[in-house]
Design a protein around this ligand. Structure first.
Ligand SMILES: Cc1ncc(COP(=O)(O)O)c(C=O)c1O
Length: 400
């Protein structure tokens, strides 16, 4: 039985160690429901594996393309958890999903190419593709009839389109993709010859009323130009270890990825301890992920009820991830302005929509992270509710 109660949260340590808009980085007394990082310690098996490996005191160079056992355990987990058939030789362990996105971009994008990025989506798609020289074409990403609507995607494709960023499941919308939509995207990639950057970092946090389908369900042969990203920060609570991987099904594409990663020269690479941790995650800790997901589901249902009771707030039900993405456009303020007000006056920090984190199409929304205890989430939501209700009342007064 894994403990996800408030007792399991070690605030003193989080205040020293949890950066990226979280406890160690925010003013005293503010609750951060911000970066997608958990307030819970990782599973004990991960700590044990790191300690056991470290005991001998040998931290020599390891294989440039990653520890073979780690590559095998990734391949096994992709098969058993996601039904993806990936050869361990076509998996490159790397220091984070963010790095995986950077390496894929560098390997396949040349200055002048166009890359289609969903709007909204996590900023890492845009920043990495742009850094590799791409002109970013934003694809307005809306939920229609309970799923993301890709019906218009083809009209965004030009002869210069080199890559499409697929965030499956989608952060921050929390949506999974039905097989027919993945088929549509893949058919366009086949027709026009662009690559798909397929980021599955969120694929272990799926609510039971939904289902994760990987694009690989459409067959390895059709997925030759799919370049995939996986990481351990979201499901396993080890963001600071910077562990992740890139994988694909085509050996030539793999070779290009390896070249761009600079692992052969040791300029790039992932530490042995981060690989040991990643291996422990996949081989021993899915029981923990599943218990974590159950806890998050309770948080999701609770938070949705609370948010939907606040005047002027609407929020769709996410199918995956531990973030909520409520629409606050009825307040008539920029999301950054609203979140700054909540932090200053009500001591809760949430992530604003807008260009900076998710794209211009995310304006009028905020993102709330639920990877914490019920108590912290409840107190954070009390503050959000109080702040918004006060704003709403002022707005009503002004309109009289
Ligand atoms: C969709 C997506 N990809 C990649 C990342 C980065 O993960 P990592 O910590 O492994 O770099 C995140 C983090 O929020 C994410 O949401």
């Amino acid at each position: 039985m894994v403990d996800f109660s408030n007792k399991a949260v070690d605030f003193a340590t989080l205040k020293k160690r949890a950066y990226n808009q979280r406890w160690a980085e925010i003013p005293e007394g503010v609750i951060p429901l911000t970066a997608a990082d958990s307030d819970f310690p990782c599973a004990p098996e991960i700590v044990d594996a790191i300690v056991e490996y470290s005991k001998k005191g040998y931290f020599n160079y390891i294989p440039n393309l990653g520890m073979p056992e780690f590559r095998q355990s990734i391949s096994r987990a992709l098969k058993t958890r996601k039904n993806e058939e990936i050869d361990p030789d076509l998996i490159l362990p790397i220091d984070s999903a963010a790095r995986a996105m950077s390496v894929i971009s560098k390997a396949f994008i040349k200055p002048g190419d166009e890359a289609i990025v969903c709007d909204p989506v996590d900023y890492l798609f845009k920043t990495n593709m742009e850094a590799a020289g791409a002109k970013i074409i934003l694809f307005p990403t809306k939920i229609v009839d309970g799923k993301i609507d890709f019906s218009d995607l083809e009209s965004y494709i030009t002869p210069k389109t080199k890559m499409f960023g697929l965030c499956n499941p989608h952060n921050p919308l929390g949506m999974c993709y039905p097989k027919e939509d993945l088929d549509h995207i893949l058919s366009l990639s086949e027709k026009y010859g662009f690559y798909i950057m397929n980021d599955e970092i969120w694929s272990d946090i799926i609510y039971p009323d939904s289902e994760f389908t990987s694009i690989y369900a459409l067959g390895a042969e059709r997925n030759k130009n799919t370049l995939s990203v996986f990481g351990f920060s979201k499901s396993f609570s080890i963001a600071g270890l910077r562990s992740g991987c890139v994988y694909c099904t085509d050996p030539d594409n793999f070779e290009q990825i390896v070249t761009a990663s600079e692992v052969r020269s040791t300029v790039g690479g992932i530490s042995s301890l981060s690989q040991i941790a990643g291996m422990a995650c996949l081989d021993k800790c899915y029981y923990w992920v599943d218990a974590f997901r159950e806890h998050i589901q309770k948080n999701r249902d609770y938070a949705l009820e609370r948010l939907r009771a606040i005047p002027g707030v609407t929020c769709h039900t996410p199918q995956a991830t531990f973030v909520l993405f409520p629409d606050i456009s009825a307040y008539g303020m920029k999301a950054e302005e609203l979140t700054a007000y909540l932090e200053k006056e009500y001591k809760v920090r949430i992530v604003p929509g807008g260009d900076r984190f998710f794209g211009p199409g995310s304006e009028g929304h905020v993102r709330i992270c639920m990877a914490t205890s019920h108590e912290i989430l409840a107190e954070g939501l009390n503050r959000v509710e109080e702040g918004l209700k006060t704003l709403w009342a002022k707005k009503q007064d002004q309109s009289v």
